[in-house]
Design a binder for this molecule. Structure first.
Ligand code: KIV
Ligand code: ZN
Length: 524
C-alpha cells in the first residue's frame, strides 16, 4: 500500500456504541454499517461479539451483508472472546479480530489483578489464537500511554512474533499530549523495529479535547491507521472524530501529504444518520458537521464570503455534502416512483410493503409540509427502521394543554403480546403528562434522564424530532421519534426508549441467571 495512505478504522459501532444511553439494535447497526461502507471507510469495527447475543448478532449480520470494508470484531485476550469474535466475523469478505489487554501497571494491578509476566503470556496466546481463525489480527495494549514503554514494547514483540498485522496504541483515558503521544510511538519504533513492517494504528480518547490532535501527531510519527468514530462518539468524552481527521487530511493535503479513501460528500449524511439513531445530538458549533460549521453570522464575515468565499471559508460546505440535504425536493403530487427514486438516491433500497408504508408517511407529511427534502426523507426512513423493532408501539393519544389547568394526557399502547393498554396522567406540562401516561399504561416506573426536541429542517412546517433517554430498573436506553406534531414525536421517542430499556433489562436478567457471560465494558 502507498506509504501515505491512511487507513480509516471506524469504531462508531463498537467504542461509539459504548456511550451512555446508546442502544442500537441489529437493524440500526446494519443501516449505519451500510452507510459507513458508502462513506468509504477501510475498516468497520462492528462490535464486541461476546458482550451479548445482540452484539454477536449485529456483528455477524454486518459481516454477512456489508461489502467493501474489513469487518472487525473486538475480543479481550481470552479464548472464549476470541472464538466468539471469530464466529461473528467468519462470513465477512475480509474478517479481522481485534484483541487487547492492558499494559499499564495501574490496569494490571487494579483491574486485571495480575502481573506483567502474565499479561505478556496472555497477549502472546491471544494473538496466536486469533491467528488460528483469521489472517488479519489487530492487537492493542490498552492504556498504553500510561504504561511503561519498555514493557509495552516487549508485549508488542510477542504480538508480532505471533503474527499480528496491525498494532494499535490506545490513549485509553485521553491523558496524552500530542508531543508525548508522538514521542511514545517514536520510542516504540526504536524498541520494536518490526513495527515498520506492519500497520501502526492510533486510538485516542477525547477527555482533554486532544483526541484528534493526538491522532494526527501519531500519524506524523508514522502511524497509518486512525481509529475514530462519527461525530466523535465513544466512551466518556468520546473518540477522535472521523470527520475532523478526514477533513484535516483533505483540507491540508498539500502540507500533510497523506490521504485516505473516504468519500467526503457522504460525511454530513453519515453524521445525521448516526446522530438520529444514537440520539446523540451534534452540538451546533461542532467542527465539520455542526449546524453552524459553515454558517457566517458576523456582517464582516458575510460580506467577505459574498465577495470571495476563501476570505473566511477553508472548506466548501459541498465537500462534506451539507448542501446535498436540500437539493432533492418532493411535493404532495410526487408519486410512489419518485419517492422510490429519491430514497435510492439517498442510499435506501425500499420496495414492497416497506415502500407502501414509506409512501403513506410521505403523503401524510407532504400534506402538511410544502416541500419534502432529503433531510425529511432521511428522518422518515430512520423513523420507520425504529418502529420495526420497538416492542411497544403508540396506538393513539389525547393531550389537553392549557395555561389555566394542569395538562392531562391519555394514551393507548400496544404491548409486545398485542394487547392494547391505556393510561392517563395529569402532569406538569403536556410532554410530562404523556410520558407519565405511558408509564401508567405499561405499568413501568421509567425515569426520564434526558429529553431533546428539535426540527429536522428550518421553517414553520418542519418535522419535529425528539430524543429521549430513560432508565428502567437500572438500565438506561435511548429512543427517537419524528412527526409533524412534536408531542407525537416525543411520545414515539419515549415508547421506543422504553422498548430498548426493557430489552436491556431482559438481557441483564438473563446474565444474572448465569446463562452467559455478563455484559462487558471493555474500555474504562
Ligand atoms: O480505548 C481503548 O483502549 C479501547 C481498546 C479496546 C482498543 O477501546
Ligand atoms: Zn477506546
Amino acid at each position: 500500500m502507498d506509504d501515505n495512505r491512511v487507513i480509516i478504522f471506524d469504531t462508531t459501532l463498537r467504542d461509539g456504541e459504548q456511550s451512555p444511553g446508546i442502544s442500537l439494535n441489529t437493524v440500526e447497526k446494519l443501516e449505519i454499517a451500510h452507510q459507513l461502507a458508502r462513506l468509504g471507510v477501510d475498516v468497520i469495527e462492528a462490535g464486541f461479539p461476546i458482550a451479548s447475543p445482540g452484539d454477536f448478532d449485529a456483528v455477524r449480520s454486518i459481516a454477512r451483508e456489508v461489502h467493501g470494508p474489513v469487518i472487525a470484531g473486538l475480543a479481550r485476550a481470552h479464548s472464549a472472546d476470541i472464538e466468539r469474535a471469530a464466529e461473528a466475523v467468519r462470513d465477512a469478505e475480509r474478517p479481522r479480530i481485534h484483541t487487547f489487554i492492558s499494559t499499564s501497571d495501574i490496569h494490571i494491578k487494579h483491574q486485571l489483578q495480575s502481573t506483567r509476566e502474565d499479561v505478556l503470556g496472555q497477549a502472546r496466546a491471544a494473538v496466536a489464537h486469533a491467528k488460528s481463525f483469521v489472517d488479519d489480527v489487530e492487537f492493542s495494549p490498552m492504556d498504553a500511554t500510561r504504561a511503561d514503554v519498555e514493557f509495552t514494547a516487549e508485549v508488542l514483540v510477542a504480538a508480532l512474533e505471533e503474527g499480528a498485522t496491525t498494532i494499535n496504541i490506545p490513549d485509553t483515558v485521553g491523558y496524552a499530549m500530542p508531543i508525548e503521544y508522538a514521542a511514545f510511538l517514536t520510542r516504540l519504533y526504536e524498541l520494536v523495529p518490526g513495527l515498520r513492517d506492519i500497520v501502526l494504528s492510533v486510538h485516542c480518547h477525547d477527555d482533554l479535547g486532544l483526541a484528534v490532535a493526538n491522532s494526527f501527531a501519531g500519524l506524523q510519527a508514522g502511524a497509518r491507521q486512525v481509529e475514530c468514530a462519527i461525530n466523535g462518539i465513544g466512551e466518556r468524552a468520546g473518540n477522535a472524530s472521523l470527520e475532523e481527521i478526514v477533513m484535516l487530511l483533505h483540507t491540508r493535503a498539500e502540507d500533510v501529504g497523506m490521504e485516505c479513501g473516504v468519500v467526503t460528500r457522504e460525511i454530513a449524511r453519515t453524521s445525521r444518520l448516526v446522530s438520529r439513531l444514537t440520539g446523540y445530538v451534534v452540538q451546533p458549533n461542532k467542527a465539520i458537521v455542526g449546524r453552524n460549521a459553515f454558517a457566517h453570522e458576523s456582517g464582516i464575515h458575510q460580506d467577505g464570503v459574498l465577495k470571495e468565499r476563501s476570505t473566511y471559508e477553508i472548506m466548501a460546505a459541498g465537500t462534506v455534502g451539507v448542501d446535498d440535504a436540500n437539493s432533492l425536493v418532493l411535493g404532495k403530487h410526487s408519486g410512489r416512483h419518485a419517492l422510490k427514486a429519491a430514497l435510492e438516491e439517498l442510499g435506501f433500497t425500499v420496495s414492497g410493503q416497506a415502500l407502501n408504508t414509506a409512501f403513506k408517511r410521505f403523503k401524510d407529511i407532504a400534506d402538511k409540509k410544502k416541500q419534502v427534502t432529503a433531510m425529511d426523507l432521511e428522518a422518515l426512513v430512520t423513523d420507520e427502521l425504529r418502529s420495526d423493532v420497538a416492542s411497544y408501539s403508540l396506538e393513539w393519544f389525547d393531550v389537553e394543554a392549557s395555561s389555566r389547568r394542569p395538562p392531562h394526557a391519555t394514551v393507548a399502547i400496544r404491548t409486545p403480546d398485542g394487547e392494547v393498554v391505556q393510561g392517563n396522567f395529569t402532569g406538569d406540562g403536556p410532554v410530562d403528562a404523556i410520558f407519565r401516561a405511558i408509564n401508567a399504561a405499561v405499568r413501568r416506573e421509567a425515569r426520564l434522564r434526558d429529553f431533546h426536541i428539535g426540527s429536522v429542517t428550518a421553517g414553520q412546517d418542519a418535522l419535529g424530532e425528539a430524543s429521549v433517554v430513560l432508565e428502567v430498573a437500572g438500565q438506561s436506553a435511548a429512543g427517537q421519534g419524528v412527526s409533524t406534531d412534536i408531542i407525537e414525536a416525543a411520545a414515539l421517542a419515549y415508547v421506543r426508549a422504553l422498548s430498548n430499556a426493557e430489552r436491556k433489562v431482559a438481557v441483564a436478567a438473563e446474565a444474572a441467571e448465569g446463562d452467559r457471560e455478563p455484559e462487558l465494558t471493555p474500555t474504562p
